[in-house]
Design a protein around this ligand. Sequence first.
Ligand SMILES: Cc1ncc(COP(=O)(O)O)c(C=O)c1O
Length: 413
Amino acid sequence: MSKDLFFMRDPWVYNPKTEPPQRSDKNLGFETRSLHAGFHPLMDMEQFRAFVPPIVPSMTYPYKQFDEIPYPVYGRTKTPTAALLEERLASLEGGEACLTAGSGSQALFNLIFNIARPGDNIVTTLNTFGEGYKQATTIFPERCGVQFHFVKDPADPNSWDQAIDAETKLVWIETPSNPTLFVTDIAAVADVAHARGVPLMVDNTTATAALQKPMQLGADIVLLSVTKFLAGNATVLGGALVGPEALIEDVRWNTTEFVGAIMQPFDSWLTLQYLETLSLRMERHSLNSQRIAEFLAAHPKVKHVNHTGLSDHPQRELAQKQMSGPGGLMSFVVSGGMQSAAKVMDSFELICHAVTFGTSRSICMHPATITHEHMTPAERTAAGIDDGLIRLSVGLENVEDLMTDLNQALAKI
Ligand SMILES: Cc1ncc(COP(=O)(O)O)c(C=O)c1O
């Protein structure tokens, strides 16, 4: 087989002058698109006549003729069910196309692996999720020769400009960040990146498109962990990239094809069901977390609360400008450092101590020892990850019950 058959797409070349994507469904509301995008019972898969999209579990797709490659051809790159999910995610983010991956971390890895070569660099900050930090500080620099420039003052657009050079292939923002809810000005960083001819990727995992639309603010690419709020109950592991079709197909055919794989049919199908309630869930996550943030901010055992809806959040105005609600992720620092954090977390009766967030049931986690343990103490301090910091993913429970649980646990320290 010739090499051309493997490398089916030309590498994407970023053109900062490209017009923002114009989707034909842009006039439909977000709630409607989360229910309908990608699938219409009669138009798309008429033979099924099914109200609910079907799962197609086949991992291979037969040739009709010797010289006619079917598409999909193999489950590593495309299946009908994943394609449906990809169309829905692209629609929700307002992007041209989408490519899923086995996890959010894999989606990040695939993108960087695809667009950067030894000697290139990526510009980002310390305000990223733990595995992102590990990819940026060890995996890519040590194994692929791709360096990461960490912006000194992410609140200052000039600082982003100073970190970009001729070898920069991507600017990567996570906003609001996990776990400290740092908010970065998407439009301002997009302007800086575009003026230097570099694409901007925004990790929209914590807010989701229900609360924040990075592409409307100038982002070229959106990174998603489907595992979190999108699926919403820790029954799916998945990730996605949304962006220009030429980029998405470049990553699909020049990276995913070789290191596999997209999200599996059953996980894709589950996510389609869960997305139907995304806007409702994000609304309730936001209401519950706001109540809890206010409650914790007034609690004598709590030193500090990170929540974009509180008046003392350093980027509150910006958060209100670029988000339509705070979402369910927050964090707080208890008095007494790590020992107190451990005591509080062990004392919860309702809130579960586990590694993930965005679930319908509330979850807590200790970033300094679990997700951000590879940072140096100085880096943790710079990123605001105190030893007493507890990350709280506020679920959909009755908010009074959650406050009772927090109150009784905090009373133990
Ligand atoms: C903001 C953010 N992006 C991406 C990821 C990676 O997602 P996954 O757990 O699906 O690999 C995470 C995981 O914690 C995250 O917090």
